[in-house]
Design a protein around this ligand. Structure first.
Ligand SMILES: NC(=O)c1ccc[n+]([C@@H]2O[C@H](COP(=O)([O-])OP(=O)(O)OC[C@H]3O[C@@H](n4cnc5c(N)ncnc54)[C@H](O)[C@@H]3O)[C@@H](O)[C@H]2O)c1
Ligand SMILES: [Fe+2]
Length: 860
């Protein structure tokens, strides 16, 4: 056995010697890191075999040195620390890739920690060393042991046996060392040593607190005080045998041992009789008090002299008649919780003394168990005996211990592997309640640095469109396909005055129609609720929305409110970063009322889109969900012929903006690209003609189709910064949506075509393609030009020409916003634009300063 050299604190020799231990460990750790799984498993095997072969010798040494406990049980503990541990570890990977999750593209790669300082307790002096040393080998960590001062010799021997066996199998020299010197200074020096990477403490509250205070990564597990609740539904004879096995195990010098048993009134007499029949000695209250007097020291703790003594020894100490036959001394404690709280036997008793409390109710019983945990047992271990599942559930819910054993003994059960499938351990995490970072049965996983190797993943995309779209002049006839007998027509007063409801009626001669024509531009919640109330009452087969974007949006939300009256618009319009992960919960129910949308403007694309814009308390909110998409879109250009030129221009520019923003969105796909391209092509050509001559049905047809096609694109690719800015100024200054887009569009095109100061993180958007995409569009629609830059410029010039041709204002000033009002509103506009969900799909993230710049550029 290695000899202990006494150290002189603070001397150079002293620090040099300790540094030497750490240096050796550091070198061993570096060597260890190079070993593969096979080499590691060979070492572990050799150490396990050596540990098993020495189980008896080490138990003898432990008995000799600590002078307490039960020899036979110390042997069992050593077996658990080797055989059970090996059974658990043998097929576990601890080197390199230890786990794979192919579906998520993730691999976990294990690395050792390095140098681990391991504190081991007096209670399990050799088994804990065997356990920690084998775990160190499995995880390729070098370990320096600091055993309990009163068990240093047997710990040293255990390390010697394992390191010799390990080294023969390839364990790096110096990977396992012991510094047995008992002084606290040594521990303190090592706690703060820069070469020590991790502290793994198993010990009492003082050791845990000292290790935790070291200020480096640590895992500390401390003392317990396990309560056991025996419900009247329990199997009493089994519970008694379990407790006798467990409480006598190594004379109860093991932290998860049963400490106080709380027994339901109905089972109490049977319990006491059974305990006595099986060899426990149930004391009287007076004897119990005498035992407490004799075994509790002045500081209120169990005295060292009583620790791990036999029942006969303890009885003698208390002046009770000693008997070798007594397995456990059962000490009745008060039932009243306030009295119980004061009793000195409520604490952890590392001796074969078990507290006994008679309990009048399940509530009281659980409360008494809680009280026990609050006296040093929080986070550690508890047990409940019951066949009534509800009692087990209540107990598990209320008691704050890391392990809750059901119908099983705690001392032997908590170590894992005998009575249950818990991980075998001699290091029982006590959670934050007990100063630990975990409630785990600590094992090799806790001693690894696990690296997550995560492969790039591009989430799948989608292209969702409404089920039916009818288009071209006369498409309104397709309303007959609906086969409705009762419908609510949603529109606005002006449109009704133009006769749109009559046009619908003509197509549905036999149906009863109710016309709701109260929708105002950018409808508010009250209007929509009003519409929903009508639908609730009339229970139509369909809602037919005829009008501009405002009407169609209102109809979408009318159906939503009818189906799910309790939805909260505030929640539904919550901001989000990724639509797939957003917090807002939209109801997903099959629609019982069909929604047909007939646009009378050629712009918003609302007839096919999942969006609805509402005004809510002075601001615009956008609801987006595919459940809002109409079931049928009827794109009849005749309905748009009545639009005055200004409306034609504004709505047409809105459609153009949808296509130009969708084309460069981070959600753009080959599907949406095709739609964007065609929509841009049609609009550049048809909008000036529709503007100049509202009766040009070819132009109207192209515009109506283009607006819906652009709608299909942005329903899947979404829009960008131009919309964010347009929403902000539109809401603040009452500028029509398309008109506001017209003002910002030229600036935003050039902004997105330049090098971003901040890229939008989007896995599907591999490189910054916005500038190139504009050039491609220009090329495909035949605008001519050579090279990317020129082609792109031609597109931008074409857009400028179009905006001029349809007399769109070029600045906010031209749109009637006085400069002073603009300046005053600027901070608010920037904030509103930045919060707008539209910017989430823009290819570059606009900085706040850039939004401000774009707004100022457009101010005029
Ligand atoms: N849901 C979406 O996907 C989506 C997309 C973009 C915009 N929007 C929203 O749509 C609204 C704008 O819709 P809009 O531009 O269609 O205007 P709108 O629906 O607000 O209508 C504006 C005015 O034009 C009149 N009008 C409509 N059609 C007419 C016609 N054929 N002849 C004469 N007058 C007619 C209306 O009566 C109304 O007074 C805004 O609230 C905007 O935020 C929604
Ligand atoms: Fe729009």
């Amino acid at each position: 056995m290695a000899t202990t050299v006494p150290l002189v604190p603070e001397s150079t020799e002293w620090t040099e010697r300790l540094d030497g231990f750490v240096d050796t460990a550091t070198r061993a750790a570096a060597e260890f890191r190079r070993l593969d799984q096979e080499a590691v498993d060979r070492i572990v095997w050799a150490m396990v075999v050596a540990g098993l072969e020495s189980a008896v010798e080490l138990a003898e040494l432990a008995m000799e040195e600590t002078q307490f406990g039960v020899f036979e049980d110390k042997v069992v503990k050593n077996y658990i620390a080797t055989e059970f541990l090996y059974d658990y570890l043998k097929d576990k990977r601890s080197v390199g890739v230890i786990d794979r999750d192919p579906a998520r593209g993730i691999e976990y790669v294990a690395e050792p920690i390095g140098v681990v300082l391991a504190l081991t307790p007096i209670t399990n002096p050799t088994s804990t060393v065997l356990f920690k040393a084998i775990v160190a080998a499995k995880t390729r960590n070098a370990m320096i042991f600091r055993p309990s001062a009163r068990a240093a010799g047997c710990a040293e021997r255990a390390v010697q046996i394992l390191s010799e066996a390990g080294e023969r199998a390839g364990l790096p020299k110096g990977a396992l060392q012991v510094i047995p010197d008992p002084t606290l200074d040594v521990s303190q020096y090592l706690f703060h040593h820069p070469g020590v990477d991790f502290i793994w403490t198993t010990g009492g509250p003082k050791a845990v607190a000292a290790a935790n205070a070291a200020g480096k990564p640590c895992l500390s597990v401390g003392a317990g005080n396990a309560p056991v609740y025996i419900h009247s539904s329990a199997d009493i004879p089994m519970a008694v045998v379990d407790m006798l096995i467990s409480k006598t195990f190594d004379a109860s010098v093991i932290c998860p041992a049963e400490q106080t048993c709380v027994v339901d009134d109905a089972a109490y007499d049977q319990m006491v009789a059974e305990l006595e029949r099986m060899g426990a000695r149930v004391l009287s209250r007076e004897e119990s008090d005498a035992l407490a007097q004799a075994t509790v020291a002045e500081d209120g703790r169990i005295s060292m002299a009583a620790l791990g003594r036999s029942c006969a020894d303890l009885a003698a100490m208390a002046g009770l008649d000693p008997s070798e036959r007594d397995k456990v001394l059962v000490a009745p404690l008060p039932s009243a919780l306030d009295e119980l709280a004061e009793h000195s036997f409520l604490q952890e008793k590392l001796m074969p003394v078990l507290g006994l409390v008679r309990s009048p109710s399940v509530d009281h019983g659980i409360a008494a168990c809680e009280l026990v945990t609050e006296h040093g047992g929080l986070g550690h271990t508890s047990a409940v005996y019951a066949t009534d599942q509800e009692v087990v559930d209540r107990f598990a819910e209320r008691i704050r211990t890391g392990r809750i054993l059901v119908n099983a003994p705690t001392a032997v059960g908590a170590l894992g592997g005998i009575y249950n499938s818990m991980t075998p351990t001699f290091s029982l995490g006590c959670g934050t309640w007990g100063g630990s970072m975990t409630t785990d049965n600590v094992n090799y996983r806790n001693l690894l640095n696990v690296k997550t190797v995560s492969r790039r993943q591009t989430p799948p995309q989608w292209f969702r469109v409404p089920s039916d779209t009818y288009f071209n002049a006369g498409a309104i006839e397709s309303l007959r396909e609906l086969g409705v007998t009762r419908a609510v027509v949603v529109t606005d007063a002006d449109s009704e005055a133009r006769g749109v409801a009559d046009q619908v009626r003509e197509q549905l001669p036999g149906a009863s129609l109710h016309v709701f024509s109260e929708v105002e531009p950018e409808p508010g919640e009250a209007t929509v609720r009003e519409g929903a109330a009508i639908v609730d009452k009339l229970r139509p087969d369909a809602i037919i929305a005829v009008g501009g974007g405002s009407v169609i949006d209102a109809a979408k939300v009318i159906r939503l409110f009818h189906e799910s009256p309790d939805v909260d618009l505030r929640e539904l319009s919550l901001p989000f970063l990724d639509a797939r992960k957003r917090v807002a919960r939209y109801p997903h129910i099959a629609h019982d009322i069909r929604l047909a949308a007939l646009p009378t403007t050629a712009g918003t694309g609302s007839e096919v889109s999942p969006a609805a814009v509402l005004s809510l308390g002075g601001r615009k909110v956008t609801l987006v969900d595919y459940s809002l998409v109409p079931d049928m879109a009827v794109v009849d250009p005749r309905l748009t012929a009545s639009m005055p030129p200004v409306l034609t221009a504004d709505t047409g520019v809105d459609a153009l903006t949808h296509a130009l923003e969708g084309a460069v969105s981070i959600f753009a796909s080959p599907y949406t690209d095709a739609f964007c391209m065609q929509a841009i092509n049609l609009i550049l050509d048809a909008l000036p003609r529709a503007y100049a001559d509202g009766d040009d049905m070819d132009a109207r047809t192209d515009m109506a189709n283009a607006a819906t096609i652009a709608g299909l694109a942005f329903s899947n690719a979404f829009v960008g910064v131009c919309h964010a800015l347009a929403h902000a100024v539109g809401a603040r200054f009452g500028i029509a949506h398309g008109r506001a887009n017209a003002i910002f569009l030229p600036h935003v095109l050039r902004y997105n075509a330049s090098l971003p100061s901040k890229f939008m993180p989007a896995p599907g958007y591999r490189t910054y393609v916005a500038p190139e995409r504009y050039a491609q569009i220009s090329h495909v629609i035949g605008l001519g030009g050579h090279g990317e830059a020129e082609r792109r410029e031609r597109l931008f010039t074409r857009v400028d020409e179009l905006l001029r041709a349809v007399d769109e204002p070029r600045t906010l000033a031209e749109a009637g916003v006085p400069r002073a009002d603009f300046d005053a509103a600027l901070p608010e506009l920037v904030r509103a634009a930045f919060a707008d969900p539209s910017i989430r799909t823009n290819p570059r993230i606009p900085l706040v300063s850039e939004l401000s710049g774009l707004l100022r550029a457009a101010a005029g």
